[in-house]
Design a protein around this ligand. Structure first.
Ligand SMILES: Nc1nc2c(c(=O)[nH]1)N[C@H]1C(S)=C(S)[C@@H](COP(=O)(O)OP(=O)(O)OC[C@H]3O[C@@H](n4cnc5c(=O)[nH]c(N)nc54)[C@H](O)[C@@H]3O)O[C@H]1N2
Ligand SMILES: Nc1nc2c(c(=O)[nH]1)N[C@H]1C(S)=C(S)[C@@H](COP(=O)(O)OP(=O)(O)OC[C@H]3O[C@@H](n4cnc5c(=O)[nH]c(N)nc54)[C@H](O)[C@@H]3O)O[C@H]1N2
Ligand code: SF4
Ligand SMILES: [Mo]
Length: 726
């Protein structure tokens, strides 16, 4: 365990984990204005003292490589000069005003993060949508949860995961589809594992993933499907249940619409047809369907293997169809349950932090919603533009074309995490103004900025985050930020003031901002108008809906199966199988899927600073099936050149039977700054789902070949990867 002996700690305080959307409670030890130790918080109802390795190493990452002061430069070819906060914000304000005057409000854009506090989100959105009149505020949740949010909204009438973690202890069938829960949501995985152990014969676990990850270890049924074929599988499961009369006819009749359309569609997906599409044995599909259909409580968890697809919304709808058809929703131990990626991607959705949203799960396109928000913000009716702004990929495409002139990026590192990094680089180089607000420097994105603004990060600012089970936790400020770093909400507030909007942005604390925001949740599904900073501090975390100051919070949505639609009924949507946009061909014969490693977080600006975490996987790897490795003459442990239609990367071969033949896998943690060819997003595609606009980060076609450079192979891997020119 890192850190200093417990007896030397000045004080302990409760907080919340700044990594994944499980949203575990932390107990944090502080000494001399520094966080020195992190443990689980036994009182946090979502995690009950449990936690994984990543936050334990937070003390290693909080000091090193921090961006301490604002910096500016006239263009990207010259070094940054230190500036005062006033000068940096005045400069940004002047350029924003000029650009808006010259080209209109659509020429500016903000790109934020599911790692913001809810208050950060709220202020930035209010500024963009209510005062600058641009709806161009999107977030990295577009690459992550957008398909899930759209899936819930289309089926249930509103975004919002219906189930809660306590349903894990009550379920007897788990469908884990497109999620490596063991590595990416470890504390939820532990709870599922405990449930399985408590009744090993009764509780069934189904894992659906082209890779046999650590998650598959607890599976009764492991389905290694071909990437991008989930809809065929889910339709076939429904087909089997229909034929076996395992559907809940009265639930369908009383609480839903359009079942007949789905019935007609799944008729065309008998298990034999899906078996062909998915490359799975038909009997495995039947077994999975029966396990789901016979369960008293069926709980489905999913994440990026479902969402990051050109049919991501349909995949979500196909999962929800299964739950509606069996009545497995709103009851203890059941429900469709998307696992949120980032710690506050949920809060971001609630605060309206995407280009098509307004606070309180409202929609830009809805005139009544716009009026309600305009009234709350004290701006004239008609101020909010009626059309959604440009989504993440569209935003960078527009900047690369020269249509977006000013980009403000905060709490995200798109020069590593967006598909097709050439596009991102072109966009950032073409824009007249790139403002980057980050806790660290250099990163691949800060490296391309004109103005750098130092952000206070976790433990250095106070505010609220919502986790996957709709639970709000208060994060106190525990230590002072280093240098001149400021909380994101404060930076946006000061920027709004520099633009002249002082009256509408008078905030001195995030508590005031939270209070203003919760007013906009009143009467909405995500009503938490009974919550305040003070209440969360006094009573601890609360689950929304929580509409009054004495309301205890709500475990589960839709207990009476009354959904958020005008007539209270949910909607089935027929879903059809369509493969990824790039299928394998003779030139690019393998499907590359990308994702995460257990001990790294995203672009490694934080976890990469811990020696212990880095040691686990010091360099990019590529998982290959032995048959594919043999076909292209690749030996385990050797360097491999991977090329797609868009670019190339290099990684070390990890030859394993745990990946499906014809598929390979690379993590996306490395950016070009760490070695140009380490970046997997050199390869990925910007093709997106037509509804959610979420990119297909889980499938593109590649070719692999050994890197025949014997002399290079004798050098340390990092040098090789940095020096090799393809
Ligand atoms: N250690 C760690 N944990 C994290 C993060 C991190 O960076 N590191 N990030 C957090 C964030 S923001 C997110 S979004 C989550 C992501 O959590 P996950 O979604 O669990 O993680 P990924 O590795 O992106 O992808 C999950 C799995 O999808 C599988 N997959 C690929 N294509 C398909 C397909 O077509 N169908 C199916 N069924 N499966 C497929 C992959 O093989 C992979 O095992 O993790 C969160 N937790
Ligand atoms: N190929 C491929 N690409 C992917 C994915 C994939 O599966 N495959 N997954 C996608 C998904 S799901 C996600 S969520 C994204 C994540 O991608 P990013 O959002 O780009 O990843 P992070 O490294 O978490 O970036 C967070 C940034 O915020 C900074 N930061 C930390 N704390 C604070 C703070 O309090 N304030 C401010 N202003 N900055 C702070 C960090 O230093 C870092 O630069 O990646 C996406 N990209
Ligand atoms: S499971 Fe997620 S929220 Fe919990 S400690 Fe690990 S990273 Fe943090
Ligand atoms: Mo994510």
């Amino acid at each position: 365990m890192p850190g200093i002996p417990t007896q030397n700690i000045d004080r302990w305080s409760k907080s919340y984990c700044p990594y994944c959307g499980v949203g575990c409670g932390l107990t944090v030890g502080i000494k001399d204005n520094r966080v020195v130790k992190v443990k689980g918080d036994p009182d946090h109802p979502s995690s009950r003292g449990d936690l994984c390795a990543k936050p334990i190493y937070l003390p290693d990452s909080l000091q090193t490589g921090r961006l301490l002061y604002p910096y500016m430069r006239p263009h990207q070819e010259v070094p940054f000069q230190r500036a005062s906060w006033d000068a940096a914000l005045q400069q940004a304000a002047m350029q924003f005003k000029q650009i808006i005057t010259r080209y209109g409000p659509q020429a500016v854009a903000f790109y934020g993060s599911g790692q913001f506090l809810t208050e950060d989100y709220y202020v930035a959105n209010k500024l963009a949508k209510g005062f600058l009149r641009t709806n161009n505020f999107d977030a990295n949740s577009r690459l992550c949860m957008a398909s899930a949010a759209a899936g819930y909204a289309s089926a249930l009438g509103s975004d919002g995961p219906p189930a809660a973690y306590e349903d894990i202890d009550l379920a007897d069938c788990f469908l884990l589809i497109g999620t490596n829960t063991a590595d990416c949501h470890p504390v939820i995985f532990d709870r599922i594992k405990q449930r399985k152990r408590s009744a090993p014969d009764r509780v069934k676990v189904i894992v659906v993933d082209p890779r046999e990850t650590a998650t598959a270890k607890i599976a009764d049924l492991y389905l290694p499907l071909r990437p991008g074929t989930d809809i065929a599988l889910l339709n076939a499961m429904l087909h089997v249940l229909l034929k076996a009369s395992l559907l809940d006819g009265s639930f369908i009749a009383q609480h839903t619409h359009h079942f007949e359309q789905v019935e007609a569609t799944v008729e065309r997906y008998p298990p034999e047809v899906a078996a062909e599409i998915c490359d799975l044995p038909a009997e495995l599909i039947v077994k999975a369907a029966l396990a789901f259909g016979r369960a008293t409580g069926a709980l489905s968890f999913w994440s990026m293997g479902v969402n990051q697809s050109t049919v991501g919304v349909s995949k979500n709808q196909a999962i929800i169809n299964l739950h509606l058809a069996t009545g497995q929703i709103g009851r203890p131990g059941s429900g469709p349950f998307s696992l949120t990626g980032q710690p506050n991607a949920m809060g971001g959705r609630e605060a309206g932090g995407l280009v098509h949203l307004l606070p309180g799960y409202r929609l830009i396109k809805n005139p009544t919603h716009r009026l309600e928000v305009e009234a709350h913000w004290g701006v004239p009716a008609g101020r909010i533009a009626p059309q959604p702004g440009l989504t993440a990929i569209e935003m960078f495409e527009a900047a690369a074309r020269g249509q977006i002139k000013a980009l403000w990026i905060a709490g995200t590192n798109p020069a590593v995490s967006m598909p097709q990094l050439d596009l991102v680089e072109t966009a950032l180089r073409r824009a007249e103004l790139v403002v980057v607000q980050d806790a660290y420097h250099p990163t691949d994105t800060t490296h391309l900025a004109h103005i750098l603004l130092p952000a206070a990060q976790w433990s250095e600012k106070a505010g609220v985050m919502t986790n996957s089970e709709r639970r709000l936790t208060y994060l106190p400020k525990l230590v002072d930020p280093p240098g001149e770093a400021r909380p994101d909400w404060q930076i946006f507030t000061c920027f709004a003031q520099a633009l002249g909007f002082t009256q509408a942005f008078p905030y001195h604390s995030s508590a005031e901002i939270f209070a203003e925001f919760v007013g906009l949740t009143q009467g909405r599904l995500c009503d938490y108008s009974g919550v305040s900073h003070a209440r969360l501090q006094d009573e601890g975390p609360l689950q929304w809906p929580c509409p009054t100051p004495t309301h205890p919070g709500t475990v589960r949505l839709y207990p009476e199966a009354r959904f958020t639609t005008p007539d209270g009924r949910a909607s089935f949507t027929p879903t059809e199988h369509t493969g990824p946009v790039e299928g394998p061909d003779t030139t690019y014969p393998l499907i590359l899927t990308t994702g995460r490693l257990k001990n790294q977080w995203h672009t490694m600006t934080r976890t990469g600073k811990s020696e212990s975490l880095r040691r686990e996987c010091p360099e990019p790897i590529i998982e290959l099936h032995p048959a594919d490795a043999a076909r292209w003459d690749i030996a385990d442990g050797k360097l491999v050149k991977v090329a797609s239609r868009r670019g190339a990367a290099i990684a070390r071969a990890c030859v394993t039977l745990k990946i499906k033949e014809g598929t390979c896998f690379m993590p996306f943690h490395w950016g070009r700054l760490l070695g140009y060819y380490k970046a997997v997003n050199n390869l990925t595609t910007t093709a997106t789902d037509p509804i959610s606009q979420e990119p297909e980060l889980k499938a593109c076609a590649v070719q692999v070949s050994p890197l025949w450079m014997m002399e290079l192979q004798r050098q340390p891997a990092s040098t090789v990867l940095e020096m090799v020119e393809l």
